[in-house]
Write a protein that binds this ligand. Structure first.
Ligand SMILES: [Zn+2]
Length: 419
């Protein structure tokens, strides 16, 4: 690492980052140390205003696009160069924690501050983005801001989506945009040279292995299905077993077969049946109808494709007397991050002598959409027992600062420091 870059990295301040996380956690605070900051809510607007005030105090410029994504830019020496971008989201789950999303935003701001304090010049601008509505809890779908920015989802098709109170996205969004009138307008799909997102791991691996940095190689693919068994209800006391069409009995056989199918000695594959509905759901009636969900995930394209194709035949084999319907409900192919960015993050962790490992992301992130338009990577830091989407979410200040230092070093390398 160059001497000047090292100087910038050393100016990442653990205490400032921690204090800002605490300041943000007060906006939408809920009992148990949690946060409820729904997208385009009054709390979301307050969080945006606080972020903008910190950015303006440093002289960074602020821009906003039509879906409310906020862009905070530290200028480069070449006004025509595409920016190197970093960021994450400021909205939360209804009972979310103090780190999911907001950490990546504040780590990015910390990187910009550190560069500014070191007086380092880069050819490319370095830009922090706070993506709108990543969680999708109030207005589905999730990762909406990055999907609209990269034009993967047309905004026009989302404007009529309503929340539980009947408020349309277009109205909540208009309120949010009106609350920040001084921001410049940013066009969608503006070119980016690269994107790196810092995030808590939301899983237990880094903590278990005593590692500080996860060098994220990509985001695993997933397949969702609804599986239904149709039998016939009958009296539990009078109907001989040989005469039954018991939908639950066959569904259980299918579930057993699916567990066998998805057995993985390396423990890489994730398989979950999280939902089971039984009708008529009465102790003395033979079940006539069963529905269960299937969620299967794997980072390898070939493996997830094979798994996706094997679900229906495996289920059908278990059906002897009932009829079966298998409906695919969601499909995301694995996303592999650009090796140049993955290597860049790894080099930064090495140079800073931080214990690290390569790993795929189990959860989806805005980086998934950015990876379609520019070289992309992610940095994970450990969180306590891997707990996330939960008020109890916790992380250590020193790990969070270490992630911000790796981010600063990697952004500097990609932004071409001027010598
Ligand atoms: Zn998140």
């Amino acid at each position: 690492m160059r001497e000047a870059d090292r100087d910038a990295v050393d100016r990442v301040r653990e205490q400032r980052l921690w204090q800002r996380l605490a300041d943000m956690a007060r906006i939408g605070a809920i009992p148990g140390n949690g946060v409820n900051r729904a997208a385009f809510s009054a709390e979301d607007i307050a969080a945006r205003k606080l972020l903008i005030s910190w950015a303006r105090a440093r002289g960074f410029t602020v821009a906003i696009d039509v879906i409310g994504n906020l862009f905070i830019r530290r200028a480069g020496t070449d006004p025509h160069a595409a920016p190197v971008m970093t960021g994450s989201h400021m909205d939360s789950q209804p009972r979310g924690g103090r780190f999911d999303g907001i950490y990546g935003v504040l780590a990015g701001l910390e990187a910009l501050e550190a560069m500014e304090e070191a007086g380092i010049k880069t050819r490319r601008p370095v830009e922090l983005v706070a993506w709108s509505n990543e969680e999708g809890g109030r207005f589905p779908p999730c990762t909406m801001g990055s999907a609209v920015f990269t034009t993967a989802m047309p905004l026009a098709e989302l404007l009529e989506v309503k929340d539980d109170a009947g408020i349309a996205l277009k109205d909540a969004l208009a309120q949010t945009l009106a609350a920040m009138p001084a921001a410049e307008k940013r066009e969608l799909n503006a070119p980016a040279a690269a994107y790196i997102e810092a995030h808590i791991e939301q899983g237990p691996l880094l903590e278990q292995e005593g590692k500080t940095i996860g060098v994220v190689t990509g985001i695993q693919g997933l397949r969702w299905f609804n599986v239904e068994f149709f039998g016939e209800t009958a009296h539990a006391g009078t109907t001989p077993l040989a005469a039954r069409q018991d939908a639950l009995r066959e569904a259980i056989a299918a579930i057993g077969a699916l567990h066998e199918l998805t057995r993985d000695a390396s423990d890489t594959l994730r398989f979950t049946i999280g939902r089971l509905l039984v009708r008529p759901n009465s102790p003395n009636s033979v079940p006539s109808h069963v529905m269960f969900s299937v969620d299967v995930r794997h980072p390898d394209t070939g493996t997830i494709a094979r798994m996706g194709e094997a679900i229906e035949p495996t289920v059908r084999k278990a059906a002897t007397r009932c009829s079966v319907r298998v409906t695919p409900t969601l499909r995301d192919d694995p996303c592999a991050f650009d090796p140049s960015v993955v290597d860049c993050v790894e080099r930064a962790a090495q140079a800073l002598k931080l214990a690290h490992r390569r790993m795929p992301s189990g959860a989806s992130h805005d980086a998934m959409y950015m990876a379609r338009v520019c070289p992309t990577g992610m940095i994970f830091v450990p969180c306590e027992r891997g707990i996330s989407h939960n008020e109890a979410e916790n992380a250590r200040p020193e790990d969070l600062a270490a992630g911000a230092r790796v981010l600063t070093a990697a952004l500097l390398e990609l932004a071409a420091p001027v010598r």
